[in-house]
Design a protein around this ligand. Sequence first.
Ligand code: ADP
Ligand code: MG
Length: 572
Amino acid sequence: MIRQFFSYYKPHKRLFVIDFSSAVIVAMLELAFPIAVQWLIDDLLPDGNWNLIVTVAIILFAVYLLSTFLHYVVSYLGHKLGINIETDMRQELFTHVQRQSFRFFDNTKTGHIMSRITNDLFDIGELAHHGPEDVFIAIMTFTGAFWIMFTVNPTLALIALVMVPLLVALVTYCNMAMNKAWHQMYGRIADVNARVEDAVSGVRVVQSFTNEEFEIDRFKKDNNLFRKAKLKAYKVMAGTHSSIYMMTRLLTLVILVVGAWLSFNGKLSYGELVSFVLYTNVLIKPIDKISAILELYPKGMAGFRRFRSLLDVDPDVKDAKDAVEAGALTGNIEFKQVDFSYDRYKQVLSNINLEIYPGETVAFVGPSGAGKTTICSLIPRFYDIDDGVITIDGLDIRKMTKHSLRSQIGIVQQDVFLFTGTVRENIAYGKRNATEEEIVEAAKRAHLHEVIEQLPDGYDTQIGERGLKLSGGQKQRMAIARTFLKNPPILILDEATSALDTETERLIQRSLDDLSVNRTTLVIAHRLATIRNADRIVVVTQEGIAEQGSYKELLDKDGIFARLHKIQYEEN
Ligand code: ADP
Ligand code: MG
């Protein structure tokens, strides 16, 4: 895990080296300062040479200037290193998530992915910046200060050293308490987030049941629990800071008293005493630093572990090693003894055999949950089958590259997803290098052009959160226009009009009919009236494919289809 963590430093080696060596120089200067003071007091003061003291002051000033500059370098480059590593990781994670298969998104909450990509990486970035640098500097200053103290006066150095374990024990104890408090605080903020997410995305339900007060009350409880948890963390933090403060002052005081006594007995010069007191402070700093790292490390590492565990999820649908580019397909789709299940609890499809001919329009009907959508999502390999084979134009779809397969399949579903951006950009999502003429042509064929012309900014009108709201029918037309642009030989229409009223459906139906000309088309339909002209109707039930034939054949057969038909017409 640690080795994996360090591998992220590799691209930023130069930055790391500059930052790290500047930090080392700063630490060395800090170590040298008390020596200079001691020399000033013991050797220069008794001489009474004013000029020499002025010279020393000038040299010290130069050293301070250098040290200030290096402080700046360490702070800026250190943070740069951290943010660079954080950015690399974020990019890697986004790339990885974007390539995941549908199964991954079935099983992973969007909120979790979001917090992995944002929050968790903040902590990792901080650790990447402070971790190695601060630990090294702390160890260096601590041993350096102690070594110098020991050479000056072993007795006094040992007294300081005896106090140190007490300090370390205190810091460690406080840190454990702090970790626990932060951990609880993070749990509480997650609860608050979940409440907000529910209450905001479900606000229509909340208000239609007039449950606003109830939600406000629930939120108040969680909000208060969060306040308590955070307050507790701050309390522990305040306790930690003040007890460390007390311990360090105590250490200084002991050194001062014992040092004074040694000095009375002629075993310590004044300069040495002053430098000892100064070194006590140098000694304390690394302990503070280490305690900060102890706080950062578990947070950052926990984040890194979660980050890696997401990266370790291998997309289960990927290109085979010997995958080939599928040439232009005609759309002769064949299912041979296909078995499929989403999870091991339930077999969704078993032994499906079906051939669809190039250019044919095949409609799938049947009760909801029978597996119609599933059958269609197997063709673009959104999921891989468990057994059997699916071929297009005689070639196993698992032997084609995902890109060459999916770029030849167009899908229009019930829900249309529009991206934040202009109308033009949303249509061009079907073919990102489309020309203006192509976009307008696609909009015309989807019977959308006139609508767009009426918009305040035409094709440049913004859609989405702060932009235009489109009606259900208009959204469907956008999806149809996209697909016209994509111009795929295979088309899947999954209840594309089911959410629309009958009037709008009839209007959209014309566009869909145009779209399916010269393409192999699979239509999943809820209203049977819309599939009257299909070349073939396949009736899917929980048991598999129950019947198939033309509209008339199936009515004459007086089976499941005829029964569905009767129910729908009695309803209307
Ligand atoms: P239809 O489109 O005919 O209504 P589906 O193909 O959507 O039916 O669903 C077939 C069965 O598979 C149902 O039992 C449904 O609960 C299940 N199912 C559909 N999608 C998923 C999924 N992503 N994960 C697990 N089970 C699913
Ligand atoms: Mg469905």
